[in-house]
Design a protein around this ligand. Sequence first.
Ligand code: FAD
Length: 626
Amino acid sequence: MREFDVIVVGAGHAGIEASFACVRLGLSVLLFNINLDTIGQMSCNPSIGGLAKGHLVREIDALGGLMPWITDKTGIQFRILNTSKGPAVQGTRVQCDKAQYRLNMKHFLEKIPNLHLKQSLVVKLIVENNSVKGVIDEIGVEYYAKKVILTTGTFLHGLIHIGERKIPAGRAGEFASNELADNLKQLGFRIGRMKTGTPPRLKKSTIDFSQFEIQYGDENVIPFSWRTDLENFHPEQLPCFMGYTNERIHKFMRENIHLSPLYSGEIKGVSARYCPSLEDKVMKFPEKDRHQVVLEPEGKDTEEIYAKGLGNCFPYEYQEKIVHMVKGLEEAEILRPAYAIEYDYVHPTQLKPTLETKLIKGLYLAGQINGTSGYEEAAAQGLWAGINAACAILKREPFLPDRSQCYMAVLVDDLVTKGTREPYRMFTSRAEYRLILREDNADLRLSKIGFELGLISKEQMELVEFKAKKTKELIEKLKKAKISVSPKTNEYLIKKGTSPLKQSISAYNLLKRPEIRIEDIFNLTDEVKSINRIIDREAEIEIKYEGYIKRQLEQIKKFKNLESKKIPEDFDYDLVQGLSNEVREKLKKIKPTTLGQASRISGITPAAISILSIYLKKWHEYKKRK
Ligand code: FAD
């Protein structure tokens, strides 16, 4: 048991998906984690999904991943965010029972025959002739594999900060991974430093919940995974509680800001602008007299409450004071203090689009190690790296969908083409074709690829085909169904805030009105009937946004044109005349695989792309002659 097809180092969200993809493709995998009890641990908030992140989760499901299914199984609050906006920017967010998520994930992985779990700290890569051969763990045992995937999260030189106290750790209570971080540096990787943080966890029985506003989950949420039975999906949901900080807290924090390592200059790592800690919010937005605090249960069988919005890295006694100044938390007991953590990441422009490193053959990186933040971003990359490592072993074409096909591709392309200087998280605004890349159609977009790769079952594929067929049929029926003028119909329409009918209209055209939902059509005519929530919604979106979707499909055609122009790996940029030195150096560094990718490198002008395009043609002719 020392030789495997693939070794994955780190059983966090990235490592799990990487391993599962490889075993699904028939390979043997050794999956390391520092502690087997923390497989699939959520380091921070107990929730999966959200804006743009929900899209990633559904894409992971379409490619056979585990995160969506385990989320459905262990969810304790389900909500759709942004419902007042269009479908492209809505996202499903599920709060999970943190312990159950971890336990369910571990137990599922334990039962997979070709997946070998190992509790140990990997300290070194075995590299020969710039090619990875395996790893060595902390007790000196060597393990060999054809490919190695590193998914070590925040553990590389992880350093926790609480006031002046500095604790080397990958997460609170867990060892850091320092030797492996040193090894990566020795091997020649360019390493950066980032920072993230987490709020305190409070004891439920010490909170006065009457001072908070209750936030319930939504009914009838569509589960993340095809594996979850839609008709019988009625999970028991727990509420969250919303409150606010106040001026007193802000004044106290400002007066003592020198005690926060974030402001004393101790923390050098770059933090995410979009996810500031409380001290950051207080300092950067002095005009705001309150910030939101959300109390989220960490699970059904625990007293721990996650105090979202109270993240900071003040000394412990100050943290206590901050918590106690929140209305309703006067007596709250802190079970786990808030902290900030700095860690190493590898600049992702050192990766190929497959997430294989350019420096060492057979070595792949995925997840937070690449400068991203978030469980979903990590899982998506893990899946991507796992599939590509497996495809390379199986001598298949790499798995490289483009930006018009999925958010995953947007994520990977951004990382390897532009790199990142601050923790990268997914936003819908990062996707150019977001009307096409919706949560509701992730299965329609990707399942065929998943099925052809061997990642999803025939049963899953058939369900998706059924959805596609029935959606089409429903749209046709809506086109044929007529809504006639009648006092009852017009009364209904006026109540919905839309104009009454002067002549009969097809259900299809009536549904195009913004005030009308598909349920209204079912109320107004017996000619068309609901199929199920998923198919009804799909048909509704396709009808309402038909014009925009068509326009975006036209744009995609143009995009595909540049994307299809491949740049060979051995293409010599020094032969191209007319490029500035800066452009040439950038191209040599990133080594784009297509003209499309080259066009997205910052500073590469359309003129440079035209020149490159001419030289590419010449290169192909030259190669043919040779
Ligand atoms: P992780 O989930 O970190 O998993 C890495 C795994 O690798 C661990 O299980 C570890 O045991 C294992 N490992 C590491 N080194 C070795 C080794 N040498 N040998 C063997 N095993 C090893 N994200 C957000 O979106 N929002 C937030 O608010 C947020 N806050 C955070 C706060 C904190 C304190 C931390 C630590 C993280 C936070 N994150 C947040 C980030 C989120 O947790 C990560 O993005 C996500 O977990 C990354 O997944 P991953 O699989 O890359 O790594």
